[in-house]
Design a protein around this ligand. Sequence first.
Ligand SMILES: *Cc1c(COP(=O)(O)O)cnc(C)c1O
Length: 475
Amino acid sequence: MRYLSTRGDATPRQFCDILLEGLAPDGGLYLPERYPQVDAAELARLRAVHANEGYAALAFEILSRYIDDIPAADLRAICEQTYTAEVFGTREIVPLKQLDDGFYLEALSNGPTLAFKDMAMQLLGHLFEYELGRRGQQLNILGATSGDTGSAAEYAMRGKKGIRVFMLSPHGRMSPFQQAQMFSLQDANIHNIAIEGVFDDCQDIVKAVSNDLAFKARQHIGTVNSINWARLLAQVVYYFAGYFQATSGAGDKVSFTVPSGNFGNICAGHVARMMGLPIKHLVVATNENDVLDEFFRTGVYRVRAAADTLETSSPSMDISKASNFERFIFDLLGRDGAAVRELFGVQLARQGFFDLSEDARFKEAAQRYGFQSGRSTHADRLATIRGVHERHGVTIDTHTADGVKVAGEHRTDVPMIVLETALPIKFAETITEALGHPPERPARFNGIEGLPKRVTVLPADVEQVKAMIVRFGGN
Ligand SMILES: *Cc1c(COP(=O)(O)O)cnc(C)c1O
């Protein structure tokens, strides 16, 4: 399998060439040159593999269609090390919970940090360690986080050979639970850096360090952000696993609703559908930051300024632009790299939006690609959390609530699966607002706020962050 850039660069690359990279050199995102097809007979075989051998075996089946530069036995071992009941809480890994007839939650949040990002990040940790070991290389992962991504990265990379993590977060601005999750890690290769500033300051420092190309090369700096193809690929697997659990055989279809921010999670659903998984609708659920809902309603993709990006009670969906969206537009435009370059490289940079409302390909997007969308507000979130709790005795998190609310508006004659993207304990304040009492805390997190913290507080100063990487970066 070869990979190409959404902006037209077609230098042949294999999976491991792009595994440790971010953007393609032309500023585009990587995609496989084609989507391997799964026909009805193959789908039946995969259903049997999932039923008989479990999630890790299914993951190997899907991944091996996209990864041909890791020996099959090694790739299978990596999948088996990653997707264990010990790490993800159940033997099913992603069990479905039925709410109503034909209405399900797919539990993706029982990994180490209680958000769906563990599903991909845990695999990335094993893949990175494997590939760096093969090459005899080191990697210093530098990132900025306001919560979920940073902790998922740290729990995936802790103790991994050849890898160190330098994670910046805004000092004092994460919830006590999130701070405790990250700062209680005592592994020598994990470095928490609390920056005296806001999240944007953290991101600016990461950009400044990465733009110093000499420093970046010398210190082996890399990232694990949501545009990484391996993360997206790992997420394709649970669309298959959800489908198999909600259906019984050939000809059945399902729809998925996905609480969306950077369009990473739902883009994996798009890939699964392009492979031939019988998905009727892919429903994008946004919060008040409704960049994506606006596009699917109007054909206009308009990125927001930082000042127009709202702080909501589903904070992991508070985005100003959807960094993975370019991948879908590439497919929508018939994989025309020059057209994508014009939209994302020229029009967005010049005027902050592009408009496909008059393009025939946009008009048939819902039909051809199954996309629908909706948005949810703080009031919707509270009402949904309350309603699901009253009717089903289940407490859902704020992001999942956005999904359940929007899914309710898009039900048809096929089962609807809402992806549960986090557990409620991560967002206890809003749950308490909705229910009058805090959510249940999984036993293994009892008292984590009281554990010793390992964190260095620094001013928002690029040079001091660089000095810390030089000191602990192992070169
Ligand atoms: C990251 C995240 C999302 C958004 O996922 P995308 O892949 O960025 O669309 C939704 N919910 C939670 C809890 C998250 O952590």
